[in-house]
Design a protein around this ligand. Structure first.
Ligand SMILES: Nc1ncnc2c1ncn2[C@@H]1O[C@H](COP(=O)(O)OP(=O)(O)OP(=O)(O)O)[C@@H](O)[C@H]1O
Length: 381
């Protein structure tokens, strides 16, 4: 099941023209405030009839301005989870969940056993008889997730589902969101938190001023110089690898397709199993370049590669994209591992960098702190 969307909308001072698709798994819709995320969500949900739209979910036409077809929101088979849980305050948790189930078409209504399964998946069995007013923010969001799943949706639409939660509650609910991947549905996940995207996204659609700045597998999009317009100082790359264990002096060893990396142990979950998939965001401003293998430096990670392309970032600095020589490690995405390095125009001149040139990337262990671990091995992207 795949969502495809072509949406054009003109408002005074804002023109949207986007085209993207979302396959089963988590597709993150990412962009700065005002980039157009809510406009896309509303068009997919059927809350907005854009100037032009062709939106389909597998064989189901949701909106098609060319043929004047427009499925009303309640017939779109979309499960929603918003920033605020929007539960019915006068109904118990059980009745809220049942409401989702009754919403499903009769032929596809989940059996009672499915109810128990979802309740256990989300850890909400103890809450069933309570009213939403007696739940914490994180508990409400889990119930809202359950209600969405039990409506037998063909698509899950999550609009900043964690934005209203504090860090501790976010951390508690993220594993449940990861588990949703097992449903095999497309999940459109709207967020402007790069940490959430790093952790959850299989695919990323990066929006910038109403346009798709970049789209594709998370590792590729988050390492694309075109993302600099949306990411600014957070521009960097996503590397994927596996946790290989703790070495004698206490550093954690990660096995990535670009070679072994050492990072500080405290930046990883304490109970991480060997072989767990790990994703690292490496900021472009944390990557130094050298033409030769550097000697006598404190940085522990030196990765060999070559210059792929050189761009000027919106702030005038230079972004060098490197493709790294692949080592023994495996990257489940099969995306060539890449890094971005932000340097000055003077360094570019002095080093005489040009595409194809072999270089070494230098990463300090202590600067790699944006690490997300999935506790199971081998998950795609
Ligand atoms: N009904 C409307 N009429 C006119 N302009 C609108 C309307 N809805 C949204 N816009 C404009 O469209 C642009 C995109 O808005 P949208 O809410 O889609 O952005 P967003 O990426 O979701 O932002 P945020 O992260 O702040 O929620 C903004 O410039 C907004 O002012």
């Amino acid at each position: 099941m795949t969502l495809t969307a072509v949406i054009r909308q003109n408002w005074r001072g804002f023109a949207m023209d986007v085209s993207f698709s979302a396959r089963p798994g988590v597709t993150a819709l990412f962009g700065r405030s005002g980039a157009g995320k809510t406009t896309v969500v509303n068009a997919v949900a059927g809350l907005l009839r854009p100037d032009f739209a062709r939106i389909t979910l597998a064989d189901l036409v949701l909106s098609d301005t060319a043929t004047q077809r427009f499925l009303p929101p309640h017939r779109r088979r979309i499960g929603y989870v918003f920033q605020d849980a929007r539960l019915f305050p006068h109904l118990s948790v059980r009745a809220n969940l049942d409401y989702g189930r009754r919403f499903a078409p009769r032929a596809e209504r989940p059996p009672a056993a499915r109810f128990d399964e979802v309740v256990s998946l989300l850890g909400i069995a103890a809450l069933l008889d309570r009213r939403p007013g007696a739940l914490s923010g994180g508990e409400k969001q889990r119930v809202a997730l359950g209600r969405a799943i039990l409506s037998a949706p063909r698509l899950l639409l999550m609009d900043e589902p964690l934005a209203a939660l504090d860090e501790a509650r976010k951390a508690a609910i993220l594993p449940y969101l990861e588990n949703l991947r097992a449903l095999g549905l497309p999940i459109l996940y709207v967020s402007h938190s790069l940490a959430e995207i790093t952790r959850l996204a299989d695919h990323v659609v990066m929006l910038d001023a109403g346009r798709v700045a970049a789209e594709g597998p998370a590792a590729r999009v988050l390492s694309d110089p075109a993302s600099a317009a949306a990411l600014g100082r957070e521009t960097g790359a996503l590397l994927i690898g596996r946790f290989a264990g703790i070495v004698e002096d206490g550093l954690a060893l990660l096995d990535t397709a670009a070679g072994a990396l050492h990072v500080a142990r405290h930046d990883l979950p304490p109970d991480l199993a060997s072989g767990a998939t790990v994703r690292l965001r490496v900021l472009a401003s944390d990557v130094m370049l050298a033409l030769d293998v550097p000697q006598g430096i404190s940085a522990l990670n030196v990765l060999a590669g070559h210059v792929d392309r050189i761009d000027t970032a919106p702030d005038g600095s230079v972004l060098v994209r490197l493709l790294l020589a692949t080592g023994n490690g495996t990257d489940p995405t099969n995306t060539a591992p890449a890094l971005l390095s932000r340097i000055t125009a003077r360094s570019l001149r002095q080093m005489g960098l040009r595409p194809g040139q072999p270089v070494h990337a230098i990463l300090k262990s202590v600067s790699i702190t944006d690490i997300a671990a999935r506790p199971w091995p081998g998950m795609a992207s």
